[in-house]
Design a protein. Sequence first.
Lengths: 596, 292
Amino acid sequence: MTSVALSSPVFFLLLAGLIGSVVLLYLLRPPVLNRLMSSNLIWRRVLGSSRAINERWRWWLSLLLATLIAICLLLAAFRPMDNGQMNDRSLIIFDNAPSMGALTRDGMSRFNVAKDSVTRHLNSLSKDMQVMLVDTQRQVTTPSFGSISQALEILDSLSVGSSLDPLVPAQVATIDASRKFIYTDGVMIGGVPEDFTSVSAFQPVPNVGITRLSFAAVPGNTQQRQAFIEIVNGGAEPTVVEIALTQTESRLITRQVELAPYEKLTQIFDATAFESGPVKASVVSTVDRFKADDVAFGYITAKRQVRVGFVSDDVDSKMLTLLDLMPRVVLTSLTNADYQGLESEELQFDILVFDRVSVDRKPVIPSIFFGVNSANWLGASVSSIRSSQLSVERNTAHPILRNISMTDLLIESGVLFAPMVGVEALLTSEDEAILAIAVPGAVKSVLLGFDLDKSNLAFLADFPIFLSNSITWLVDEPPILNATPGTIKLPSDITKVYRIDGVDVPLWFADGNSYFHTRETGLFTGFSSNGPLRVSVSQLDRRFSDINRSNLPIFESSKNFVAPGLNGYSFSFLVGALTLILLMVDWYLYHRRVTQ
Amino acid sequence: MSTLLSKEFMRRLDGISLLLRKPVAGHLRGQHRSRKTGVGMVFSDYRPYSSGDDVRNLDWATYMRLDRLVLRMFEEEADTPIYILIDNSASMGRDDSGKFEMAKKFAAVLAYVGLLNHDRVSLISFSDGMVKEMPGRRGKNQMWRAMHFLESLKNEGETHLGNTFRKYFGAGRTRGLVFIISDFLFEQPIEESFRPIVQYGHEVFATHVIDEEEESPNIDGHVVLVDSETREALSAHVTEGTLAAYRSEFDKHRENTEAFFNRSGWGYVSLRTNDDFENSVLTSLKKEGIFR
């Protein structure tokens, strides 16, 4: 009884009211009339026989009531059902999906509205109630039933998440709890099971967000580059937004567009003026109430022009002509003597192309070698081709040979490379002799054991593509990695990750991969022995911007937002109330027993 | 002469005599048949004459015919001891219900008729034992004493017939006619209570005095029923159903009482306080064969 009474102030009030009522009833009870009888002999017989039945029933009823009261008191005092079986427990699912970050009309985010409501809800519960707080973004890694103060601490630690794969109520619907609530805007959780009480934090608000950002060269004119931006209006009202592409302060492109309700719009910008490097895209709207999808980050990896130094003693080389015709290439022709006379710092090239030139030292810049005679600096042994007109197999997985056939390649003479660790074979003969290799690393190289004179390579339609692929592989950065906020998986050779402002990001390794975690959008750079890897973290997803697709009722204001817990009662309270009712019934029966 | 009986009613009683079912065992001459033989009007038997017998009773016709002296014997007419026991327990006098007044009047009637018939009339009031007694009196001139005795009675105590009978008749009373005037509301089994009377062979006539309010009480709701004798309080919630059950139980009680007296070969009348006393007394007693 004590634990019941202490469980709720309302219980005390009820108890006081009950005692007052009983006393009042007793006082108001009409005085019993004394009636002098000749003898009670007959009366005793009459009442005795009528009571015999009534008393028997009353006795059993009184026994039943007493048993029930005892059970209630035991339940209230010892709460045996709290040991993981049932049922004075509440499950609260708190939706902290990205859409909960949208601002409502009164300036609070949906997240904060729901958080305040859950706080009020928890404070309204009886202190001995067990509560499990689960967030849809799985920030609480191991949810369990605990005290209200623990739930409040967990609630305080939650923030708006970024995952588009939230926990849905059905996943926790089997948890045994007497009452289940979900505080949500209903955008990302899907359906709400019937046994859940949903509390809506949903209020439709205007939103425009970026759902796609990419860069590409214009086909046929590699000097020109375009940016593609897709934006979506997630609100029910038409809106005007300004799209901005920014690389530096001087490289800024803006455009104003109008979007119909829920319209998706793709815009193409001329980004020729942008150099390779990070680019920020943003949309600006005066009515936008959801900022998280207003900014996206991209990275331009391809250089616009490549400075090529062609080292050959043959002034009529077909290679020279071909390189000179490539639009990206700024060609400089050198003789071997000129090259040998230059110091490392004097080599103002992005790539060196060696045509039938013996090089004794490892080049300090990426290079392509045609007709290698020896590669002592590489540590690779070579041997002459013994049979002419070899059939060639190609390594199709390598980026240099992407979109290249090489089926008709014929080699008259040249050298074969011995297999080496850390060197990738590009072309092999039928007997697996290696004809061309690619050397990865900080300074990459491509070596071919044959030249254009002793093969028909120059006559193949794929040769320009081969050259272009080789230049791209040698000088361009690898494609950037686009990711959404959360845990981001990287190749295993990434050993360091930095934010764009130079801050070191913690990295961990598992399952042969590297991982880092971020809740914010932005640009990151991972470093490995093979060079940098750019990581663009943006919320580029239509689901992210569709923050108004909810079937839940609209709450008007956080001021009149009422937590359902205020209408609920704890198990102890109910048991206590039941005990009091039973006591009243028993009192009534007792009263009847002594007066009849 | 008395506040209990009016002159007119007493005049009506003057011509009434008591009729007994059994021969009496009185010692003095009276107007009732007795088992004794002696001077009387009713022939009883013959017996041989022996010396010293009253020669007035010799049957001379037999002597002439048989030449033997034969004596005629007659039933002796004797007086009857009449014991009028009146219940003066508290239950008889509740709220001046009229029960006790009626009981006293009835006792006065019996005493008057008994004294007129030259019977020995004893008046005894009882509750839990004998309370007060007017020893046996004969003759009409003792009527004033009987009236005075009755008028002086007050209600008190609990009813206990067994104790009363044991105490009173245990003193060796002459077998006679016992009138019991009571409401018969007592705890003890009636058979147990009357066993002493059965043992002494008295003829009994019971008068059951019933109060109308007692037979059909007019109460409702929550009441505390206080027993006038024991002061026992009985809390009750009285409903129509309860009252019906009470009336039924009361009838049953009365019927059981009457059945007991009938079974014992004794007389029984019930008098209700709301009845016309004089007519109902005469009617019921004549019907029962007590008055002639």
